[in-house]
Design a protein around this ligand. Structure first.
Ligand code: ADP
Ligand code: MG
Length: 224
């Protein structure tokens, strides 16, 4: 037990240092990004302008990796209170709708009657957003993303069903491993963050997938 505690303490210090460094790296990146954009605007040669746009895109990619990493290492005690997952979803829904419609995809939401449970709304919003974005990204040819909440086996369940490409057996084994991605511009940190957030809520994530359909389930314990 003694060595386990110091191992956790060490992890904590490393995590805090990494978070600090990640934060500090962002400032110079923002400066460089600004100058690159400025150069792009002034650039007369189209080919170089395209290169500069690419450089900005790559910086944005690095930045999103840092964002997801920071939310991942933030291991401060979680602040949560009793609330309804449907309230969080209703707040987030306009954003999800805009996401879907801008890609010519449809979205539906069926809110079941669920009891209030202990949630951190910021983290749960992040979790929902990550799962929904994956669902939308999987539907290359369009389709409908279906969100639902309901009660099953005395658990509050949130589910996201997409009509996408499905998850291959090989991919399903690597799912949730940091940096595993099959997307050209993916970070491979979205699901890791989801699993981490679920963990903090004592919730479980599972999924089922066949070609043309994938459903992710998040199951929260109902606390008295
Ligand atoms: P990213 O979205 O940046 O690739 P994630 O951690 O969110 O990283 O997802 C990792 C991988 O899991 C994705 O690249 C994809 O291959 C697979 N995946 C996740 N959700 C789905 C889904 N709904 N349908 C098909 N594949 C999925
Ligand atoms: Mg993702």
């Amino acid at each position: 037990l003694h060595s386990e505690m110091s191992r956790l303490e060490r992890l904590n210090i490393v995590g805090q240092m990494a978070a600090g460094i990640a934060h500090e790296i962002r400032n110079p990146m923002t400066t460089v990004r600004g100058y690159l954009q400025l150069l792009g605007e002034k650039m007369e040669f189209q080919a170089l302008r395209t290169t500069l746009d690419l450089m900005v895109e790559e910086l944005d990619r690095a930045n999103s990796i840092i964002t997801e990493f920071l939310s991942f290492v933030r291991n401060s005690p979680m602040e949560s209170h009793y609330q309804n997952i449907n309230d969080i979803l209703r707040n987030l829904y306009p954003l999800l709708e805009a996401d879907a419609y801008s890609q010519n995809k449809k979205i539906k939401y069926e809110a079941g009657e669920t009891p209030d449970i202990l949630l951190n709304s910021k983290e749960i919003s992040q979790l929902i957003l990550n799962l929904c974005r994956n669902g939308l990204e999987a539907m290359q040819a369009g389709g409908t993303l279906k969100l639902s909440t309901y009660i099953a086996d005395q658990q509050v369940v949130f589910s996201v069903e997409d009509e996408g490409s499905g998850i291959s057996g090989e991919a399903s084994e690597k799912l949730g491993t940091p940096f595993f991605t099959t997307k050209e511009n993916g970070t491979g940190l979205g699901l890791v963050t989801c699993y981490n957030i679920a963990d903090r809520h004592k919730a479980k994530i599972d999924f089922k997938s066949s070609s043309g359909k994938t459903t992710f389930f998040v199951r929260f314990p109902v606390t008295a």
